[in-house]
Design a protein around this ligand. Structure first.
Ligand SMILES: [Zn+2]
Length: 250
């Protein structure tokens, strides 16, 4: 089914409600938009920190309306939310790039966003690879906003059977992912790579992606996500350590 038609059909069956708070009205109500606008990108660091996790920027906590937005986008094919979520991911990436320039560890150049791989069953169930979709949306925004060549390339895929990460604790996630990801192909020469995902929880996925990419000889500049599971139990934010780039999302 055409995705616009699918969304319209869902609206017809369920009635239109805000994906963030569930109140009747637009897909994202003014109250939830205000909540989102009150949050900007920050460096996040899960505790315990998985070995090899690169500097990671998330644009908002995975709490409040964000849980509902991400859930409806991923599980109800609400692709209309991709604009908002892609913009937030783009803002995280741009903030990371700014920070790397400020720290003198990177001179602006080509960037390849690498979406966290989805399990095959999830892609079939959802009818789309939602993370790859978000990454492409973010790349399409960052290029024009920064003047840099930025593309999204699915460089990492899952090898064979990997259990769903949901419901696993940090140690179990790390063990589940260990050796489960493989590099698929090489990106444009001279580009740095930035693994991206919708939500960082324990950091196991991004750390394993970084390991595989580095093993393939690629330079991992950092990682970026739309949102981060808030501290307690697993993620702590470090305020002031990354100023959001510019005055707002690209
Ligand atoms: Zn709302």
């Amino acid at each position: 089914m055409d995705t616009t038609l699918r969304e319209a059909a869902a609206d017809l069956l369920l009635g239109r409600t805000c994906a963030g708070c569930g109140r009747p009205g637009p897909t994202v109500c003014p109250g939830c938009l205000e909540w989102i606008a009150a949050h900007g990108p920050r460096i996040v660091r899960p505790r315990p920190t998985p070995r090899g996790l690169p500097m990671t920027v998330a644009s908002m906590p995975y709490t409040g309306p964000v849980r509902g937005l991400v859930h409806r986008y991923k599980e109800a094919s609400a692709w209309g939310l991709g604009g908002l979520l892609g913009e937030r991911l783009a803002w995280s990436v741009v903030t990371l790039l700014h920070r790397c320039v400020e720290d003198g560890i990177w001179r602006p150049g080509p960037v390849v966003l690498v979406p966290a791989p989805s399990r095959r069953m999830a892609v079939l169930r959802r009818g789309s690879d939602v993370t790859a979709r978000l990454a492409s949306g973010a790349a399409a925004r960052i290029g024009p906003a920064t003047g840099l060549p930025v593309v999204s390339v699915p460089l990492v895929r899952m090898r064979g059977r990997t259990a769903d990460q949901a419901g696993l604790d940090a140690g179990e996630r790390e063990a589940n992912l260990s050796g489960s990801l493989v590099l698929t192909r090489r990106p444009v020469a001279g580009a740095v790579v930035v693994p991206v995902d919708d939500v960082i929880t324990t950091g196991a996925t991004l750390a394993e992606m970084a390991r595989v990419l580095r093993q393939g000889g690629l330079r991992v500049l950092g990682a970026a996500t739309v949102a981060a599971t808030p501290r307690d139990p697993s993620v702590s934010e470090s305020p002031g350590s990354a100023r959001p780039a510019g005055g707002g999302p690209p």
